[in-house]
Design a protein around this ligand. Structure first.
Ligand SMILES: [Zn+2]
Length: 209
């Protein structure tokens, strides 16, 4: 299986090895993309991270196991916090009005500081979360000072479930849940992923491969 991204919409794609050099249709936007040769897929981010991942993933036996190959990596999309951004933007605007129209500079500054803090905290939370698919593991990393890693071996995956509301469908964002059994409780939950449907398809192909 060859893993790559759609040149038009960046949705994750997976095509059988035999299709290298031929074209395949993006499950997300319908764009017909050229399937790259396996050797030519070497995006800079992958090259930069692969050596580090090899140590993290294989743990104590770093030398005996082949290094994990990163097939997809992402952070929660800002689109998942769009209602918070709209609310904070509105508060910022109200703060400006309080400062210059009323004028009540003290209260206006307070409202603006509170809304800025809301955006800042949301951004920090977003950037401190990282999701990754390697050829061996499904991973979720969280934390600012101490990184917390949760992972499920791809070979043990039994369920990949997508959660998407109406807003998510409009913005093409949604959550993915991963489980090692067919039960309803998900062991790893990814929130606000862009192109969740394409990614879910890619992961199913990885499992069945
Ligand atoms: Zn596409």
């Amino acid at each position: 299986m060859i893993y790559y991204g759609c040149p038009r919409c960046q949705a994750p794609m997976a095509s059988p090895d035999g299709m290298a050099g031929q074209s395949d249709t993006c499950p997300n936007c319908g764009n017909v993309a050229l399937v790259p040769e396996p050797a030519s897929i070497n995006p800079p981010v992958q090259a930069e991270l692969s050596s580090r991942t090899a140590i993290e993933v294989s743990g104590q036996s770093a030398s005996s196991q082949p290094p994990a190959r990163i097939l997809w990596e992402g952070v929660p999309s800002w689109k998942g916090s769009i209602s918070l951004y709209i609310l904070c933007g509105l508060l910022l605007f109200i703060g400006l009005i309080m400062c210059f129209v009323l004028p009540d500079i003290g209260s206006g500054m307070f409202v603006m500081a509170a809304s800025s803090l809301g955006i800042l905290l949301s951004e920090i939370g977003r950037r401190c979360t990282r999701y990754r698919v390697t050829d061996q593991m499904i991973q979720k990393k969280t934390g600012i000072f101490s990184r917390h890693l949760t992972e499920i071996p791809v070979a043990h995956l039994r369920e990949v479930r997508m959660q998407q509301d109406i807003m998510g469908r409009l913005l093409d964002v949604g959550g993915l849940g991963f489980s090692t059994s067919a039960s309803s409780n998900m062991e790893i939950v990814w929130r606000s992923i862009e192109h969740p449907q394409a990614l879910q398809k890619m992961i199913w192909k990885l499992i069945r491969n």
